[in-house]
Design a protein around this ligand. Structure first.
Ligand SMILES: Nc1ncnc2c1ncn2[C@@H]1O[C@H](COP(=O)(O)OP(=O)(O)O)[C@@H](O)[C@H]1O
Ligand SMILES: [Mg+2]
Length: 298
């Protein structure tokens, strides 16, 4: 399989086993109606990583996140959280470390106000009033929603609701966050803001993040490593440069290249413009175009 950016930087960061927080080795999982949702899934998430699970609708992303969160358990295989079989851990032990943000905030939010919703987790964990308030304020601050503590959930925009869902989990102090399509349904600025927020949580607070997405244009800008899921199987893994392949192969996985990459690919392969690599972002494309122009006029 030809990689469109063969020879580019990238590659999977080497992982020492002590650094692995979550490992998934699943032979098969099927839902009760016999739909086989996952087959031969083998992956490991290291401490402090920001990992993407990229796939089209129905490829198995949500099921995989539910497996990692211990919600789906009747698979054949072994899923380990910090080296322990997740099936043998109590929900309390799992949720002390991992939080799952559902795709739809309405599935997650239930309290009347922002403050009440975000304080629910820490209250249940048994913290006193002052500690709860400290945690809620710090979580709201982290998602840029500190001025909305008294607002009714009902009056928030979709993007604000998504950020409150994340705050709710941060207030509980989760070290690992699983996010199901966190940018779906957001406007273009909202998508960037969400990815910027997640990047900051990962870099500044060391939160390990796994996000499911089908957004091929955002992935190369923000993620260092990803798995492509197709029909319940991992078909490629590595850096964006490793996993983005020729348009035809992307189409077989019901995905496409980032638009800027598609343009350069066509100019190179259909019009003979001598690009030496296929860039995945606008910034890389700009450099590649300027370089090719210089070389052609030299
Ligand atoms: N509760 C369920 N019962 C039966 N089949 C399901 C259920 N949930 C999901 N599926 C099926 O499992 C497959 C994977 O679904 P899902 O994990 O939701 O994919 P994605 O999140 O990538 O869209 C699909 O074929 C879907 O129809
Ligand atoms: Mg889904």
């Amino acid at each position: 399989m030809e990689n469109v950016r063969r020879g580019q930087e990238g590659g999977v960061r080497s992982q020492k086993s002590a650094d692995i927080r979550l490992s998934v080795d699943i032979l098969a999982f099927e839902y009760s109606d016999t739909t086989v949702a996952l087959t031969d899934i083998h992956l490991a998430i290291g401490r402090g990583e920001f990992i993407g699970v990229l796939g089209s609708n129905g490829s198995g992303k949500t099921t995989l996140l539910k497996v990692m969160d211990g919600l789906v358990r009747d698979y054949r295989g072994l899923v380990q959280l910090d080296g322990k079989d997740i099936k043998k851990l109590s929900p309390k032990e799992i949720y002390a470390k991992i939080g799952l943000v559902f795709q739809s905030p309405d599935e997650q939010l239930f309290a009347p106000t922002v403050f009440e919703d975000v304080s629910f987790g820490p209250l249940n964990m048994g913290f006193g009033k002052d500690e709860v308030a400290r945690r809620v304020n710090s979580a709201l601050n982290a998602v840029d929603m500190d001025s909305s503590a008294r607002k009714s959930i009902h009056n928030l925009s979709f993007g604000q609701k998504k950020r409150i869902c994340i705050a709710g989990l941060l207030a509980m102090g989760h070290e690992i966050l699983l996010l199901d399509e966190p940018t779906a349904g957001l406007d273009p600025m909202g998508e960037y803001k969400m990815m910027d927020l997640l990047t900051r949580l990962n870099r500044e607070q060391g939160v390990t993040i796994v996000m499911a997405t089908h957004s091929v244009d955002l992935v190369p800008l923000f993620l260092d490593r990803l798995y492509i899921l197709s029909k319940g199987r991992i078909v490629r893994s590595g850096s964006p440069a490793d996993v983005f392949t020729a348009p035809k192969e992307m189409a077989q996985m019901k995905l496409r290249l980032p638009q800027i990459a598609e343009l350069i690919y066509r100019l190179k392969n259909e019009d003979g413009v001598p690009f030496t690599k296929i860039p995945l972002t606008v910034g890389e494309a700009r450099r590649e175009i300027l370089k090719t122009m210089k070389d052609t006029h030299a």
